[in-house]
Design a protein around this ligand. Structure first.
Ligand SMILES: *[C@@H]1O[C@H](CO)[C@@H](O)[C@H](O)[C@H]1NC(C)=O
Ligand SMILES: *[C@@H]1O[C@H](CO)[C@@H](O)[C@H](O)[C@H]1NC(C)=O
Ligand SMILES: *[C@@H]1O[C@H](CO)[C@@H](O)[C@H](O)[C@H]1NC(C)=O
Ligand SMILES: *[C@@H]1O[C@H](CO)[C@@H](O)[C@H](O)[C@H]1NC(C)=O
Length: 520
């Protein structure tokens, strides 16, 4: 009997059971609070589709001043007194608790973990010799993951430029960082590439540039008036574009190096990470529909057009004028095609309104060049959480398929922000994950080349925008507890349940998550 025939027979035998289960599920959906639109199971995804979760170095590692690590711009920013939401000095202390955290993931049934490598832990001051203690830590973490059947998906840069390089030549504002980042990447490929197959170079260059160099909401906190609240240094009209230009060159230079020196023997893949909004026009007007395309060209095309076509979108060159960096022919050749996959971060959907008058203003920042108005506001999503708009993620995946020829995609961050108030009964997060993973399944079924999904985040870590005030974790970390004990939330039980092949709907409302996980 052919394999197809036998699985068809099995399916036919199971049909009555399936029908009964579907009826029961439909009835359950009337009262189970976490029930979304569809029931689906892990097995509905292709067998090699990977599910994981993520963190980044500064947000969980702690040990900020230990074993030779030097500060990054993130340490400097949170210690400057500009923001007052805590710091990552200790964070979740994953630097010392990585074995415990790997075990949590293994027990849940996770098969992949996205983390980042702290540049200034591996190469203090960003340049020069490798720190043996830093090297040992990442070797230990990677080995521990592999011993538990979890694939490591490291990111090389996650908002943490070594402060020494920021001081020396302005970090990402200087071409010199292309050289230093490539050397850092080379060390990582050389030391860890025998065990790492999926490398991501840079996390969210688009949001890092906007938040760090236009609005000054995140490190390095640069801006010029009137585009940020407090602007001590920076230039919102030019620096975001320069930073992204150097990030594209650094990424591409690292990819080129990997392909030349390592790919034949290590057989891995290198990609870049991009923040994506779901974008919809606020009204049906032609102007708002065109403005929505412009928003996609800026948020996504800024990075993806150079990597696919070798140049920035026409609208960016037109509206940015002489402030837009220009790729030399050699740079264009370097950047074009420099990716094996795209990693996408996605949380929420915005609506876009045309705002042509901003093009008459001087000075202009990136948002003014974009000539749009973004409508957030309480009608769109409440301040303490993201609205449930899984169609936004579906739309992004369709967009990559239709506009960019369906490149391989890993969703590298997606999750629900809630208040960090100690509740383990995070039904909102369960609803969110259920709905968004369902949207990914719908996109895959309609031909999207999406190959993996990493929820954000394993732990309640030190968040980029609001420190310890908000929460994204599957595990609550009690900061008042000396041991920083991890407490599984309902979402951890739900994700584990799903990963272990059971239904995506959850029986019986809230269950005791800790008990559930240990029993499963
Ligand atoms: C930003 O840079 C541009 C181009 O060099 C310059 O014209 C402008 O005056 C600068 N703005 C600030 C606030 O320094
Ligand atoms: C915690 O926040 C959630 C939603 O963000 C809310 O439903 C719950 O009542 C809060 N719990 C406490 C103890 O404040
Ligand atoms: C499914 O994919 C096709 C082909 O790419 C596209 O034309 C169609 O709009 C997609 N369907 C939905 C519902 O998105
Ligand atoms: C958990 O939260 C849901 C929805 O907010 C509520 O219906 C349920 O009673 C809660 N369960 C417990 C044990 O608090």
């Amino acid at each position: 009997m052919t394999p197809q025939r036998s699985s068809l027979n099995r399916l036919l035998l199971r049909l009555p059971v399936l029908a009964i289960s579907i009826i029961i599920l439909k009835i359950k959906c009337l009262w189970v609070p976490v029930c979304g639109l569809d029931d689906y199971v892990r097995g509905d995804f292709p067998p090699d589709f990977v599910f994981g979760c993520g963190t980044s170095a500064y947000q969980v590692e702690g040990a900020a001043f230990e074993d030779g690590r030097t500060p990054s711009i993130w340490d400097t920013y949170v210690h400057s007194g500009i923001v007052n939401e805590g710091n990552g000095d200790v964070a979740c202390d994953t630097y010392h608790k990585y074995k415990e955290d790997v075990k949590l993931m293994a027990d849940m049934g996770l098969k992949a973990y996205r983390f980042s490598i702290s540049w200034s832990r591996l190469i203090p001051n960003g340049r020069g010799s490798v720190n043996p203690k830093g090297l040992q830590y990442y070797n230990n973490l990677i080995n521990e993951l592999i011993n538990h059947g979890i694939q490591p998906y490291p990111t090389l840069f996650h908002v943490d430029t070594p402060q020494a390089l920021e001081d020396e030549y302005g970090g990402w504002l200087s071409w010199e960082i292309v050289r230093d980042f490539t050397v850092f990447a080379d060390e990582c490929f050389k030391e860890f590439g025998d065990r790492v197959l999926y490398w991501t170079t840079l996390n969210e260059p688009n949001i890092f540039a906007l938040g760090g160099y236009d609005y000054a909401q995140i490190p390095p906190g640069r801006c010029s008036l009137p585009f940020g609240k407090v602007c001590t240094q920076g230039n919102s009209s030019t620096e975001p574009y320069i930073a992204v230009h150097n990030m594209l060159l650094a990424h591409s230079s690292a990819v080129k190096l990997y392909k030349k020196k390592y790919q034949a023997t290590q057989r891995g893949f290198v990609g870049i990470n991009i923040y994506t909004f779901g974008v919809v026009p606020c009204t049906d007007s032609t102007a708002d529909i065109i403005a929505t395309q412009r928003a996609n060209d800026y948020y996504i095309g800024w990075l993806v057009n150079p990597l696919i076509y070798g140049d920035y979108p026409d609208i960016m060159k037109k509206n940015g004028g002489t402030r837009m960096p220009v790729f030399t022919p050699d740079e264009s050749k370097l950047v074009k095609g420099a990716f094996d996959f795209f990693g996408l971060n996605h949380y929420t959907t915005i609506c876009v309104k045309d705002n042509p008058s901003s093009l008459n203003e001087e000075p202009r920042d990136v948002t003014a060049d974009m000539a749009i108005q973004i409508i957030y506001g309480s009608t769109h999503f409440p301040p303490d959480q993201y609205s449930l708009t899984p169609s936004g993620l579906y739309g992004v995946l369709e967009y990559f398929k239709e506009v960019y020829g369906n490149p391989p995609i890993y969703i590298q961050e997606n999750g629900q922000r809630t208040d960090r108030n100690g509740t383990l009964n995070d039904t909102l997060r369960v609803q969110y994950l259920h709905a968004y993973i369902g949207a990914v399944l719908d996109a895959v079924r309609n031909g999207s080349n999406t190959r993996g999904y990493f929820m954000w985040s394993l732990l309640d870590g030190f968040e980029l925008l609001d420190g310890f005030k908000s929460s994204y974790g599957l595990f609550y970390v009690d900061l008042d507890d000396k041991e920083l004990k991890r407490h599984p939330k309902l979402s951890a039980a739900w994700y584990s349940n799903f990963l272990k092949g059971r239904s995506s709907t959850m029986p019986g409302g809230l269950i005791d998550a800790a008990k559930y996980i240990s029993a499963s």
